[in-house]
Design a binder for this molecule. Structure first.
Ligand code: ADP
Length: 206
């Protein structure tokens, strides 16, 4: 399976784009979803997080307190590195395992921190969802109701827009409406099918 690494800053529209590909029948393997599974109660990664950050990041019923952990790591780069060292290796191993099981011509690996983790070599192509930072901030504010300071900390901890675009093989420009996004996804779908040698015959061709 041809592996397309989908990335973009927080609030750029990755999940929305991934859903549109999924609707076209493309398998989607999502790093964030795997990360959430890895920290379920009793999993080794949760124990490692508790050992590194203390019991204050664990709720009374034994779950990860995401808000506390997030406040912790986005204010402190070394804490973030510690968390990444715990989570990234098992996330990548699981993504690899799941993509080996897929039989589709191509699949999407949603990796928000693809550039930051230098994971370009783990995928065949890098697809970047791009929009101006001001629009990212507006979307996150509306979606998550996070304080402005935390949003800015998260943005500062991520690769810049220019760094992402530099690494991109393809770019989706998400400054328009959902219909614009859909059109770009449909076009890329045809492109990736062609690239993987599974072009669909064009019904309008003579
Ligand atoms: P990411 O996964 O990159 O953090 P999302 O796909 O969750 O971003 O998008 C962030 C928010 O913006 C979501 O609430 C989503 O519904 C909204 N959104 C994304 N793209 C558009 C768009 N083109 N038009 C309107 N709303 C959008």
């Amino acid at each position: 399976m041809l592996k397309i690494g989908l990335t973009g800053g927080i609030g750029s529209g990755k999940s929305t784009v991934a859903q549109l590909f999924e609707r076209l029948g493309v398998p989607v393997i999502d790093a964030d979803r795997i990360a959430r599974e890895l920290v379920e109660p009793g999993r080794p990664a949760l124990k490692a997080i508790q050992a590194a950050f203390g019991s204050e990041v664990i709720t009374p019923d034994g779950r990860l307190d995401r808000a506390k952990l997030r406040a912790n790591v986005f204010a402190d780069a070394s804490a973030r590195k510690t968390l990444e060292a715990i989570l990234h290796p098992p996330i990548f191993a699981e993504m690899e395992r799941r993509s080996r099981r897929c039989a589709a011509p191509y699949g999407l690996l949603v990796i928000p921190l693809l550039i930051e983790t230098k994971a370009q070599d783990r995928v065949d192509r890098v697809l970047v969802v791009d929009c101006p930072e001001a629009l990212q901030i507006e979307r996150i504010r509306r979606r998550d109701r996070l304080p402005e300071e935390l949003i800015l900390n998260i943005l500062a901890s991520q690769a810049s827009r220019a760094e992402r675009l530099e690494a991109a093989d393809e770019v989706i420009c998400n400054t328009g409406n959902l219909r614009d996004l859909e059109r770009q996804v449909e076009e890329l779908h045809r492109f990736y099918l062609r690239l993987s040698g599974h072009a669909q015959p064009d019904p309008t061709a003579p």
